[in-house]
Design a binder for this molecule. Structure first.
Ligand code: FAD
Length: 399
């Protein structure tokens, strides 16, 4: 297809989920762009394991991806089940309320559960020549010509007509240009995985071996997702997808003090020390639930503070914009961060494509995107905070 953007240099900062989805959406409309990614390769850093994709996120992916990649995404997701189980720590059904934005059992189709690296590898297909790895954006200048001069940590420069910051939670453009203010909620998430083996199948409760389970506790909760893949479909794409094997994804979300640690001290703990906190906090839990951590894949353990953007006000639109966590960070409790990044990517790709096709003013396309994005992302941040209230509220009475 003819490249319609031959006179427009579009630079995307960050080859994460949102940035790659935007690049795919532009490519589908015949629009060229370049992507600058700080990491040296797609798989140099763990960014989590499973990710829940809801209806609107799925629609946005469908809009942006070519059909064969969207089909590959569907074929490589872990098995989904209708219904999400809420348990007490003793593995008895809990009467507690679920997080509304999780659509298992609520809508016609349950959330999809791709392995995060697999999804990123799918999003990367066909874009390899457009990505420069090892390029950390350090600054930008607008010399008044309508262009933006980007500078990178390695000393290199790039001049763009349009810049989209998709560089995640620490984005400088998100903070300084789009005036995004992120606060630390004081809560954390600790997550990891436990592989399916003969022993884990035998010793982990059967209830946890299908679908999604939520265990609500006092000031923190645990989410467990069984990630069981259909290898017959996946194996045909061995050359482009890194191998995976079935696993339990688990994530605690809540107040660090519930693990017996002051928030400031948490980040100095070793993996062993964190596991020891987990063992202590779950010592009275059902034995077939605790085994999840006894058999855990130790190197998979990660921890991150939960940040949340304040409601966004309008800023002056120009030839720089942002999407995803760069401009709206939200608690993972709602399972909406990546989904909202995909919605951004879909909308921005559609607006830019229309403007470039019809030769209309690009800044109008951007301001229309920003206007809409501020509304739905403010809502998503709020829903995610409410999800957090459910997950790290006080459930002692119900339990
Ligand atoms: C434990 C956990 C579970 C989650 N589960 C879900 C879920 O189930 N569903 C959901 O919708 N969301 C979930 N989220 C949120 C989701 O992960 C994020 O919202 C999503 O990754 C945001 O995508 P992004 O493209 O904006 O940013 P990212 O995916 O963070 O990508 C940013 C990219 O920019 C690069 N970068 C950073 N700085 C620079 C720089 N200066 N120059 C160049 N490149 C740079 C990074 O290396 C990275 O590749 C979860 C988050 C966590 C922590």
């Amino acid at each position: 297809m003819r490249q319609k953007s031959k006179n427009k240099r579009i630079a995307i900062i960050g080859a994460g989920l949102g940035g790659l989805c935007l690049a795919q959406g532009l490519k589908k409309n015949g629009i060229d762009c370049v992507i600058f990614e700080k990491d040296s390769a797609i798989n140099t850093r763990s960014q989590g394991y499973r990710i829940r994709i809801n209806g609107p996120g799925r629609e946005a992916l469908k809009e942006c991806l070519p059909e064969h990649l969207y089909t590959l995404f569907l074929d490589t997701c872990a098995a989904s089940y209708n219904g999400m189980n809420v348990w007490t720590t003793n593995l008895e059904p809990s009467p507690n309320k679920l997080v509304d934005s999780w659509s298992d059992g609520v809508k016609d189709m349950p959330d999809l559960k791709p392995n995060r690296l697999t999804l990123r590898e799918i999003l990367l297909q066909g874009l390899q020549e457009q990505i420069s790895f090892g390029k950390e954006l350090t600054g930008w200048k607008e010399p008044g010509t309508g262009e933006t001069e980007l500078s990178f940590a390695d000393g290199s420069l790039y001049t763009a007509d349009l810049v989209v910051a998709a560089d995640g939670v620490h984005s400088k453009i998100g903070k300084e240009y789009c005036k995004d203010v992120k606060i630390n909620t004081g809560n954390i998430t600790i997550y990891g995985r436990t592989f399916y083996t003969y022993n884990t199948r035998k010793d982990i409760a059967l209830e946890l071996q299908q679908g999604t389970s939520v265990i609500l506790h006092n000031r923190f909760s645990l989410i467990v997702d069984s990630m069981v893949f259909d290898y017959s479909k996946r194996n045909q794409f061995r050359n482009i997808l890194s191998p995976v094997s079935d696993y339990f994804y688990w994530a605690f979300i809540g107040n660090p003090q519930a693990f017996g640690v002051a928030p400031a001290d948490f980040y100095n703990l070793s993996t062993e020390e964190i596991f020891s906190c987990i063992h202590k906090a779950t010592q009275h839990w059902h034995p077939k639930l605790k085994t999840l951590f006894e058999y855990a894949d130790k190197p998979s353990l990660s921890m991150t503070p939960i940040r949340s953007s304040l409601p966004k006000e309008k800023w002056n639109s120009g030839n720089i914009t942002a999407l995803g966590d760069a401009v709206h960070t939200m608690s993972p409790a709602g399972g909406m961060g990546a989904n909202t990044a995909f919605i951004d990517a879909g909308l921005l790709a559609a607006n830019l494509s229309k403007a470039l096709l019809n030769n209309t003013i690009i800044s109008t396309a951007i301001s229309d995107y920003e206007e809409k994005m501020r509304v739905y992302s403010n809502e998503a941040v709020e829903i995610s905070l409410q999800g957090g209230e459910i997950l790290h509220g006080n459930h002692k009475k119900q339990n």
